[in-house]
Design a protein around this ligand. Structure first.
Ligand code: NAD
Length: 267
């Protein structure tokens, strides 16, 4: 998928939240072997080193893998960001990332605009190919756009059938921001929903595959997580079928709620 700065991100990637460093090395190695070419980590996941090692050991050229990491909340601020980014690059064992994200807006600190200005410097130096945000609300996005003159390339947000995020998706579409879905499977919760199971059965696929297909057809970037090789492969095998508009609408209509923290309050 094309980003607003001219670079591209694979629409289907692999996330490693809650995977210890050693396990991340194994899981990322398996994901790259299966065919994923986009990996999502973060400083706070404490597995940048294992992730970077798996990429280095994969036999793939660095430019064949799209690598995302994120700035943690306590590192927000202009100088703090520059220092934290150096630390991430060192742990990842690379000299650039493809996408650097502000992990949470943390409105109570009110430092995300200065943080994004440091991101612009990092991008201008070629050390992040694209810069974006995560968990930003419409009002936070408006401030970044108004106060830096630049529209973030990506907003990575909690998004799954139980939380379809229509308002943010519409704002993103209007402003050319790519919507990246975290917890795309609702951390497993959406997999037992009756509508999801019915749609999956109709196509002879699993509920996880039906939900990932739903995301792809809505235009979301997705980064499902698993450490189980069979599931890592299953989640990548979603290009051999497509859902009808009615099936997409049925999955969009299922009820659910936010699983993660509220971005207005989280620090
Ligand atoms: P997810 O929705 O990807 O669910 C992962 C869980 O679903 C797994 O632990 C497993 O229990 C289950 N699962 C995965 N594949 C399955 C399959 N094929 N069949 C059955 N069960 C399956 O949730 P997640 O890990 O929270 O989110 C994905 C990624 O998003 C994370 O790894 C991370 O990279 C990113 N993330 C970002 C933020 C943020 O604040 N930016 C927050 C949370 C997660």
């Amino acid at each position: 998928m094309k980003l607003n700065n001219g670079t591209s991100i694979p629409q289907l990637g692999f996330g490693v939240w809650q995977v210890p460093d050693d396990g991340a090395r194994d899981a990322v190695a398996e994901a790259l072997r299966v065919g994923y070419r986009s990996i999502d980590t973060a400083k706070v996941y404490e597995n940048e080193a294992g992730t970077g090692r798996a990429i280095a050991e994969s036999g793939l050229a660095r430019d064949e893998v799209f690598l995302t990491t994120k700035l943690w909340n306590s590192d927000q601020g202009f100088d703090e960001t520059l220092r934290a980014f150096d630390g991430s690059l060192e742990r990842l064992g690379t000299d650039y990332v493809d996408l650097y994200l502000i992990h949470w807006p943390v409105p109570e600190y009110d430092r995300f605009v200065d943080t994004f200005k440091a991101f612009q410097r990092i991008r201008d130096e070629g050390r992040a190919k694209a810069i974006g945000v995560s968990n930003f609300r419409v009002e936070d996005l408006r401030r970044v756009i108004d106060e830096t003159g630049e529209t973030p390339a990506v907003n990575q947000i909690e998004l799954h059938p139980g939380l379809p995020q229509d308002e943010l998706r519409a704002f993103h579409a209007e402003h050319g921001i790519a919507t990246e879905a975290w917890s795309p499977l609702g951390q497993g919760e959406s997999l037992t929903d009756a509508a999801v199971v019915e749609v999956a059965t109709a196509h002879g696929v699993t509920p996880a595959q039906a939900i990932l297909r739903w995301h792809l057809q809505l235009g979301n970037v997705v980064i499902p997580k698993s450490v189980t090789p069979a599931r890592i492969a299953e989640n990548f095998d979603v290009f051999g079928f497509s859902l009808s508009d009615d099936e997409v609408a049925r999955i969009s209509a299922i009820s659910g709620k936010r699983i993660g923290p509220n971005p207005a309050e989280f620090n």
